[in-house]
Design a protein around this ligand. Structure first.
Ligand SMILES: CCCCCCCCCCCCCC(=O)CC(=O)SCCNC(=O)CCNC(=O)[C@H](O)C(C)(C)COP(=O)(O)OP(=O)(O)OC[C@H]1O[C@@H](n2cnc3c(N)ncnc32)[C@H](O)[C@@H]1OP(=O)(O)O
Ligand SMILES: NC(=O)C1=CN([C@@H]2O[C@H](COP(=O)(O)OP(=O)(O)OC[C@H]3O[C@@H](n4cnc5c(N)ncnc54)[C@H](O)[C@@H]3O)[C@@H](O)[C@H]2O)C=CC1
Length: 311
């Protein structure tokens, strides 16, 4: 009898897991990360609604996705232009857009937020969505540096809240950090891990600690690089070259900062220098703040530590 119950319960849990598989994803924020998350979710068979503040921004987001898919298609289908076009068209057909975040969350399995790295803005968003989303809907933040618990506490569904930290560019980076808070239910965590795998990512699990795993190690390294530059120890170009050729990194710290977005890196450091005032490495960088004050956000504005050709 016990054997029959065990088989039955396993089948039940499997069917529950299958029934609770995430199929529909709402991505709030169609910027660098949100557009990438929407692209990969759609390319792996999920129905996606991408939300941003204006139709003009969403048009640019879709254009960026289309361009990225074109690069992926060339690698998948070599010289078969028809297959490439069909692949891009099929993935794009799974992405719809909306400027109304509340409306876009009414019927969805998962809301992934990838909006500006600002705690108050993220909290206001999730409070509004909490009232509109169905009971089963899971919420997740793609934040680089903010405590998931500080975002989740703006809602009444902390058991259905976690961190899904993707890496830039999402179509290329194989990692997603899945972050749980003490209130995250086991089912929620399992569904987030399963979504990461369904999106063809390698998942790692981490607690809700500052920077999770990668950024906890990356931020001190990159801040040390900018101190080196500020002291005049070496040029940005030589520091980047040294780390690519000496440490095997695909990008040096200044190339990477320009790629991430200096605005976002400033938001991250503003938060950590305020929250951890006694940790020297998190002290604000005058050079970084100067560049951002001048509107030099890196690749996204055509100039950061380096200048870029307008594409
Ligand atoms: C130092 C200043 C002070 C800073 C202080 C503050 C520090 C705070 C930092 C915290 C950062 C927070 C960010 C975060 O939360 C976590 C992150 O995401 S960290 C970033 C992680 N990502 C990386 O480290 C990226 C490293 N770079 C790379 O892997 C490669 O350079 C990259 C893949 C981006 C580009 O590849 P590369 O060979 O260098 O050049 P190509 O552009 O020619 O690409 C080659 C090939 O790859 C495909 N491809 C590239 N990009 C895309 C894309 N977006 N979509 C689709 N396909 C893409 C494509 O096939 C390319 O071939 P083509 O023929 O060019 O098409
Ligand atoms: N840039 C990077 O390399 C990475 C960033 N992240 C995190 O992802 C999040 C987004 O970062 P990025 O994509 O780089 O920023 P981004 O600036 O490229 O995009 C943010 C988007 O959110 C939109 N937005 C802002 N407030 C909104 C609101 N209330 N409702 C709807 N849309 C809103 C903006 O219009 C913009 O299009 C941040 O939390 C960041 O820390 C995580 C991993 C890597």
């Amino acid at each position: 009898m016990a054997h029959v119950c065990k088989v039955f319960s396993r089948r039940l849990s499997t069917s529950t897991a299958v029934r609770s598989a995430i199929k529909h994803v709402t991505v709030i924020g169609g910027g660098l990360m949100g557009s990438g998350i929407a692209q990969v979710a759609a390319a792996t068979g999920h129905d996606v609604i991408m939300v941003d503040q204006t139709d003009d921004i969403l048009a640019k987001s879709k254009a960026a996705i289309q361009k990225s898919l074109g690069r992926v298609a060339k690698k998948k289908y070599a010289d078969d232009g028809e297959a490439q076009a069909s692949f891009v068209g099929e993935v794009m057909s799974r992405i719809s857009t909306n400027t109304d975040a509340v409306a876009a969350c009414g019927k969805t399995d998962l809301v992934v937020e990838a909006i500006v790295e600002n705690l108050d803005v993220k909290r206001r968003l999730f409070t509004a969505l909490d009232a509109a989303a169905e009971e089963h809907t899971i919420f997740a933040s793609n934040t680089s540096s903010l405590p998931i618990k500080d975002i989740a506490s703006a809602t009444k569904r902390q058991d259905r809240f976690g961190g899904l930290h993707f890496f830039n560019p999402v179509p290329m980076m194989k990692l997603v950090e899945v972050v749980k808070i003490p209130e995250t239910s086991n089912e929620t965590f399992e569904r987030l891990v399963n979504l990461g795998k369904a999106m063809e990512k390698t998942t790692v699990e981490c607690k809700d600690t500052p920077g999770f795993i990668v950024n906890r190690l990356l931020v001190p390294y990159m801040m040390e690089a900018v101190r080196m530059l500020e002291r005049g120890d070496a040029s940005a170009r030589d520091i980047d070259t040294a780390m690519k050729l000496g440490a095997g990194y695909p990008m040096g710290p200044f190339e990477l900062a320009d790629y991430v977005g200096l605005d976002t890196t400033k938001f991250i450091m503003d938060g950590w220098s305020q929250k951890y005032p006694d940790i020297e490495i998190f002290r604000k960088s005058d050079l970084l703040n100067k560049l951002v004050a001048e509107g030099k956000f890196g690749r996204k504005t055509g100039e950061g530590f380096y200048k870029y050709d307008k594409k």
